[in-house]
Design a binder for this molecule. Structure first.
Ligand code: SAM
Ligand code: SF4
Ligand code: SF4
Length: 356
């Protein structure tokens, strides 16, 4: 097994479990045009829901300033997310600003985006022109009726497929394959596993199946609705034989499986049944500049306050170092061992606020 990205210069900052900081996920809006029941259920995110005011959001200048500070601490990859990131006005301007940043070892920063794909058809070319090199599209079914039920706003599957085709045509799959993420909810869309695998097999797109997670406090999560990745792999293998592949980089969340006939690969992300906390090198920056050290955190660290009170880059950098050095989060490991803190009455942060 070879891990490609650990030059000595990048390995200094470590958390309490000796994990480096390599990946920063930035939520650039808390709004979305979908109402996926596992993320922004209509019952909660209705017409009376109060979203963040524009002044609360980090500006592009603030995001870029923080990005530079994080990159100086060893971050090599930035993922823009949300909410639906393509709803943020002029996102291309932000991408162009981030694309100028170089990593500590002088390489271009790896910038990617997770999107529901609804605006990809319209925006792929301008995103590429701004400097975006790759994209992950979420798609929870290939059958139109199932997909509409999943997004809960009657959004047609064909429009997302057109978006993926546009992303491909614009070159978003050249440096790294376009990824499609499907959250599997047992009894809701597990009948889409095989049709999705059939559809994307041989297309160059890497389909990844994600276990439905107990993130946030609004989705009414129930372990009985989680389909373990093992089952997903067995299911696909019975029709389309698979062989396991080596991970490409340390901290990779997806387990890779290749089609035995050489027609591409799939991935499974076992966030519930196989905790990957031991290698978790991700930090998350919320839409309003709170730094979260874990998807399941209940509290963030306010970086916007520092940005807006005149703190120097050095002071913010020191704060980030101290926060990361104090990190010991391992929620999924605790959940797996039955020791997860009882956060049932504590308002956990929503996925749409800190991003996936
Ligand atoms: N709106 C964009 C999208 O859907 O791709 C980006 C934000 S969304 C919060 C990021 C990812 O989180 C998506 O792939 C989504 O499917 C995933 N996600 C949201 N809630 C989840 C849950 N409860 N369990 C597993 N994945 C979830
Ligand atoms: Fe929106 Fe993405 Fe959440 Fe679905 S998963 S509601 S598309 S933010
Ligand atoms: Fe990382 Fe937290 Fe997920 Fe563990 S539970 S892998 S620490 S985000």
């Amino acid at each position: 097994m070879t891990f490609s990205n650990t030059p000595a210069a990048l390995t200094t900052l470590r958390d309490q479990r000796q994990r480096p900081l390599r990946d920063l996920r930035i939520s650039i809006t808390d709004r979305c045009n979908f109402r996926c029941s596992y993320c922004m259920p209509k019952s909660v995110f209705d017409k009376d829901y109060v979203y963040l005011p524009q002044t609360s959001l980090l500006s592009f200048e603030e995001i870029t300033r923080l990005a530079k500070i994080f990159v100086a601490q060893g971050v090599q990859k930035i993922r823009l997310t949300g909410g639906e990131p393509l709803l943020r006005k002029n996102i291309e301007v932000l991408i162009a600003m981030l694309a100028k940043i170089k990593t500590l070892d002088g390489k271009p920063l790896d910038i990617t985006l997770t999107t529901n794909g609804s605006l990809l058809k319209k925006k792929s070319q301008s995103l590429v022109d701004a400097g975006l090199a790759r994209v992950t599209v979420s798609l929870d079914g290939i059958d139109d009726a199932v997909f509409k039920r999943m997004n809960d706003v009657e959004f047609p599957v064909q429009d997302v497929l057109d978006g993926i085709a546009a992303a491909k045509a614009a070159g978003l799959g050249i440096h790294s394959p376009i990824k499609v993420n499907m959250v599997v909810k047992r009894g809701t869309n597990d009948d889409q596993i095989l049709p999705m695998a059939r559809h994307f097999k041989g297309s160059g797109v890497v389909l990844r199946f994600i276990e439905y997670m107990d993130v946030g406090s609004t989705n009414g999560w129930d372990m009985r609705e989680v389909m373990p990745s093992k089952e997903v792999v067995t299911h696909i293998h019975s029709e389309m034989p698979l062989v396991q592949l080596n991970p490409t980089i340390l901290g990779e969340t997806a387990e890779r499986w290749g089609y035995a006939d050489g027609s591409g690969e799939i991935g499974v992300i076992s966030s519930v049944t196989q905790a990957f906390c031991a290698d978790c090198n991700r930090a998350r920056l919320s839409t309003e500049g709170q730094l979260y050290l874990c998807l399941f955190a209940t509290q963030g660290h306010d970086l916007r306050g520092l940005l807006r009170n005149g703190s120097s880059d050095e002071a913010i950098s020191t704060a980030v170092q101290n926060i990361w050095q104090g990190r010991s989060d391992n929620y999924s490991e605790l959940r797996a061992s039955g020791l997860a803190p009882k956060t049932i009455n504590i308002k956990r942060v929503e996925m749409s606020y800190i991003g996936g």
